[in-house]
Design a protein around this ligand. Structure first.
Ligand SMILES: Cc1ncc(COP(=O)(O)O)c(C=O)c1O
Length: 371
């Protein structure tokens, strides 16, 4: 079946582009002697995670316990939880999963560590953890110079073992030029170096220095202090990465296929793709470079100026050959949230549908037991 015969809206994944994106990042890691542990919140798909492993990924960074559970059940190992886990129900779930596969925890404070250690003691188990370092996003994490202060406190909890540090320079999504991406990359590298030196000079063993963001990946890949890279967005890229010049339009693998359903004015199309497919997302950290709500692939003359839930408004900025009934592919502003809108993505090669890929890890996989 050709993709233009599909119903609209449909979520499409160009499998050739996906493969090229996965291979390019993996190759750079191999050439620079780094391990790739992709962040999987972008695709939330065991199929794509397995592809990443097949190409050489050594582990995965997950945003949720659901992701950890699905990947472990699919036979994947080396799962690092990106954020602290502190509620009792969540701690119990993670401890149960840790009996099946290696799970690495992440902490940025003593309280979460103490709660976890209490539960681990009951089961006579030990788990490894990373200290989260704040490199400028000002979300989670301790300042680089405070890393050994926290390590000293957590080392009182004998069922937790420190193995390294991690950071995420998400502030890069607020910049407006390549020069500023370099500056954030420098902040990322320097923060990790200070934190590592601080821990080593206080006699802590640090075997993992991990970081990740797609925009800074291409700068910090050569940093000899870092040994694990954890970008997430690079399998799909999107309009945000395009606006930052991190990728080219022909590297964006995920699109939403839509049909032009009306032309109410000479300069306006309506398409059957709305916010329930594309989201209203302009980036988690306030990108000033994004004006519209996605980019129509191969049609620079069109601007998506507004989205209702099921339809979108497209301004015809200059002459176009498109008309009512024609199909268009829209590159979402943020592919990670776009992929989370659907149960499945349609994989194609050379415009021919090849494969249905389940987004099998979205949502909440464990329903509460009400009895
Ligand atoms: C802790 C952490 N690491 C890595 C990533 C991946 O970054 P990106 O989506 O820029 O590739 C994220 C993204 O949210 C993150 O929160």
């Amino acid at each position: 079946m050709n993709i233009c015969e599909l119903q609209t809206p449909s979520f499409l994944l160009n499998l050739d582009i996906l493969e090229a994106n996965l291979k390019k990042v993996q190759k750079l890691c191999n050439e620079n002697n780094k391990e790739l542990w992709p962040m999987t919140k972008t695709h939330k798909s065991t199929y794509i995670a397995k592809l990443q492993r097949e190409y050489g990924a050594k582990g995965f960074l997950v945003g949720t316990i659901d992701e950890a559970e699905a990947f472990i059940n699919a036979g994947l190992d080396n799962i690092c939880l990106a954020y602290p886990i502190v509620s009792k129900a969540n701690i119990k779930r993670v401890i149960d999963l840790s009996k099946k596969a290696r799970i690495i925890l992440s902490f940025d404070g003593e309280d979460g560590a103490r709660l976890f250690d209490n539960e681990l003691k009951k089961e006579n188990l030990t788990m490894e953890y990373l200290i989260i370092i704040n490199c400028g996003l000002n979300r989670l994490g301790v300042s680089p110079n405070a890393s050994s202060d926290l390590a000293k406190k957590i080392c009182n909890y004998s069922n937790l073992k420190l193995i390294g540090i991690s950071t995420h320079p998400g502030q890069v999504y607020g910049v407006s030029s390549g020069k500023e991406i370099s500056e954030v990359s420098k902040q990322e590298s320097e923060s990790l170096k200070i934190a590592r030196d601080n821990l080593i000079s206080n006699s802590f063993d640090i075997s993992i220095v991990a970081t990740g963001s797609t925009p800074t990946f291409f700068n910090v890949i050569t940093d000899s202090n870092i040994n694990i890279l954890r970008p997430g967005n690079y399998p799909f890229y999107d309009n945000i990465q395009l606006s930052l010049n991190v990728c080219e339009e022909n590297e964006c693998s995920l699109t939403v296929l839509g049909t032009i359903i009306s032309k109410p004015k000479d300069d306006l199309f309506i398409v059957d793709v709305g916010s329930k497919c594309l989201g209203l997302d302009k980036g988690a950290h306030a990108s000033s470079l994004i004006n519209g709500f996605g980019k129509v692939k191969d049609h620079d003359e069109l601007e998506i100026i507004g989205l209702s839930e099921e339809v979108g408004k497209i301004r015809i900025a200059s002459k176009t050959n498109l008309k009512i009934g024609d199909k268009i592919q829209i590159i979402p502003n943020h592919s990670c949230s776009c992929a989370n809108m659907t149960d499945y993505i349609i994989g194609f090669k050379n415009d021919i549908v090849e494969k249905i890929i389940d987004v099998d890890v979205r949502g909440n996989s464990i329903k509460p037991n009400l009895i």
